[in-house]
Design a protein around this ligand. Structure first.
Ligand SMILES: [Zn+2]
Length: 214
């Protein structure tokens, strides 16, 4: 288990579950432990085996579940196998109920930037550059963090990955700008990432999704 960060102020409050839970960030899914035996009300392991085989345990909250994150769990890929709704490997998974973000193997791939590669956004040197190509670990973290924080603001659904009309997810500029002006834009995670990026690189005009001199 590698714990790489705690939320700065320690805790977020939840409308869905009015209790404080410390935010945790993990760089892989190895923090989930398998457990063969049920626990009692005080969290102590009993001699009673789970009927359907071992379950996964959050060692901090002692929450047990059959599958850590819906259909995305694939033991051979870490926590981040594709699922029925999203056929790509995930860069990270957020468990809102546990207040945990787990990064996936694909986010650590060689050549994937950690910080925003803002040197690419230079319209005097590089022809109009798509904002979506500023993908980075920063992008992934911010995207996932909106899922956590949004759960306490946009009741009841929180900030999610809105589905497009082809059954995919609204990721990236074309999909997010299509939501622009609707309430769905306020609950779609990548819309916040793009707003943050355009605000950070405020010296350029990003209105058509590419980097231009204003
Ligand atoms: Zn998401």
């Amino acid at each position: 288990m590698v714990l790489i960060g705690w939320h700065g102020s320690g805790e977020l409050i939840w409308r869905l579950n009015p209790a404080y839970r410390t935010t945790r960030l993990y760089c892989d899914s190895s923090w989930w432990q398998t457990e063969e035996y049920q626990r009692d009300d005080e969290g102590k392991v009993t001699q009673i085996k789970f009927a359907n085989g071992p379950r996964y345990v959050d060692p901090v909250g002692f929450v047990t579940r059959a599958i850590p994150s819906g259909g995305m769990f694939d033991p051979t890929l870490g926590l981040c196998g594709p699922d029925a709704e999203d056929h790509d490997l995930s860069d990270a998974i957020t468990n809102r109920g546990l207040n945990v973000i787990t990064f996936c193997p694909s986010v650590w791939k060689a050549g994937h930037p950690v910080t925003i590669p803002q040197q690419l956004a230079d319209p005097t040197r590089i022809p109009p550059f798509p904002i979506g190509d500023l993908d980075s670990l920063t992008w992934t973290f911010f995207h996932e963090y909106t899922h956590l924080v949004g759960a306490s603001i946009f009741f009841p659904e929180g900030v999610i990955d809105v589905k497009n009309n082809r059954g995919g997810m609204c990721y990236g500029f074309p999909e997010c700008s299509f939501l622009g002006g609707s309430r769905l834009a306020t609950i779609n995670a990548d819309n916040y990432v793009l707003l943050a990026l355009a605000s950070y690189l405020y010296m350029y005009d990003w209105s058509d999704g590419t980097c231009r001199i204003p």
